[in-house]
Design a protein around this ligand. Structure first.
Ligand SMILES: *[C@@H]1O[C@H](CO)[C@@H](O)[C@H](O)[C@H]1NC(C)=O
Ligand SMILES: *[C@@H]1O[C@H](CO)[C@@H](O)[C@H](O)[C@H]1NC(C)=O
Ligand SMILES: *[C@@H]1O[C@H](CO)[C@@H](O)[C@H](O)[C@H]1NC(C)=O
Length: 364
């Protein structure tokens, strides 16, 4: 009994004396306190030197990440030679090259000599891959058009190390729908999107390695919002009157008409004819002016007019009442009373009204 214990102790002592000594002798880039900081896309090389290596013992490289260990190589054979290369520049020296490192290559790299499962003959180095942010395209919102009133979550996702910051802003000095100028989050939630929320949103992402930005155009589909400058217009018999609806809509209307109800008859104006000129003038930002010009107002022209604008989102309308006046009223567009106007004149003078409309909307 005593003799066998003695033999056993002797064996252990002998084995320990012969245990291989594993050291990481060099790395590229150079390690600092067991840490290699590498840049995404560059190669990393790790030299592992083993002393007292016995015959038929394997030298392995392994990678440990969040407590799981993955085998990289055994002796001169990498598990995946598209990503790893192993060389033996000298006897007892193994050199591991990790090709074009990605963020997922961060982890602890171990050079390991397997004796038995209690073996401690290993050396390790920590790899941290630093990377400027890049967009994760399928998790980043692209240009889109949303339905008015819907909840919209704009997503912006980037990867990088250290973890990149993400910030939302809006171009054109507009506030974000949440009422702030900037917001740091990968998602921007718009609880109920409004026509005024359309525009260009910028997602900016940065860390110590670099900065990127992407502009996302957000559109809103909405039925026409119509404004009329005067609900009641007056004109003297024989003079020109312009009825105007100032509208904003997206997409552009599929149906436009002016209607006049007199008694039980409903008259519809969609194209210019006779004394009536019908115009739709497109402006910027989904705005346009829809007008009905009556040349030389007659008694039958007095009454209630409705401008009707339809698009895929629905139908909108606004009313204007035309009443008789004792004195000639100035033209909305010309400033002076006129007895008639032709199509050409009305088109050339429309820009003034449009300009006023847009300036008014901007101030508004
Ligand atoms: C943003 O991501 C959320 C959750 O994955 C998704 O429900 C939403 O539709 C995304 N937003 C856009 C505009 O794609
Ligand atoms: C980011 O937005 C999500 C969803 O709106 C929210 O749960 C989270 O708390 C936000 N994070 C920050 C830092 O504001
Ligand atoms: C409008 O102008 C065009 C060319 O400038 C001319 O050919 C046409 O006759 C004009 N129409 C009217 C109604 O004056």
């Amino acid at each position: 009994m005593e003799k066998s214990l003695y033999l056993f102790t002797l064996l252990i002592t002998f084995a320990s004396a012969q245990d291989p000594i594993v050291r990481i002798t060099r790395t590229e880039p150079e390690q600092r306190g067991n840490v290699i900081r590498a840049q995404r896309g560059k190669d990393i090389t790790i030299w592992c030197h083993v002393e007292n290596l016995r015959e038929n013992i394997n030298v392995r490289f392994e990678k440990e990440f969040s407590s799981s260990v993955k085998s990289i190589s055994r002796n001169e054979y990498p598990s995946d030679n598209t990503r790893y290369a192993i060389e033996k520049p000298k006897e007892f020296t193994w050199r591991l090259r990790i090709k074009a490192v990605q963020l997922t290559d961060s982890g602890v790299y171990i050079c390991h000599v397997y004796l038995d499962k209690y073996s401690k003959s290993k050396a390790y180095v920590n790899v941290l891959v630093n990377a400027a942010p890049v967009f994760v395209n399928d998790q980043t919102t692209s240009d889109s058009i949303y339905k008015n009133g819907y909840k919209v979550i704009l997503n912006c996702s980037t990867t990088g190390y250290p973890k990149p910051y993400i910030e939302w802003t809006r171009l054109g000095n507009a506030l974000l729908p949440i009422g702030r100028e900037r917001f740091q989050n990968s998602t921007l939630e718009i609880k109920s999107i409004k026509p005024q929320d359309r525009g260009v949103y910028r997602c900016r992402s940065w860390n110590i390695m670099g900065e990127i930005a992407r502009d996302i155009t957000v559109g809103v589909r909405f039925k026409a919002e119509i404004r009329v400058q005067n609900r009641i217009l007056k004109q003297k018999l024989g003079y020109v009157i312009e009825l105007q609806c100032l509208a904003e809509t997206n997409p552009y209307p599929i149906g436009l008409s002016w209607k006049r109800r007199s008694g039980s008859t409903l008259q519809t104006f969609t194209v210019s004819s006779g004394r009536y000129v019908v115009n739709a003038v497109k402006g910027a930002f989904n705005r346009f002016i829809y007008e009905l010009i009556i040349n030389g107002v007659q008694q039958e022209d007095y009454g209630e007019y409705t401008c009707e604008i339809n698009n895929v989102e629905g139908k909108s309308s606004a009313k204007i009442l035309l009443e008789e006046s004792e004195i000639p009223m100035p033209s909305i567009k010309r400033g002076i009373p006129r007895a008639s106007a032709n199509i050409n004149q009305s088109i050339s003078s429309i820009s003034i009204t449009l300009l006023t409309f847009f300036v008014a909307t901007l101030i508004h």
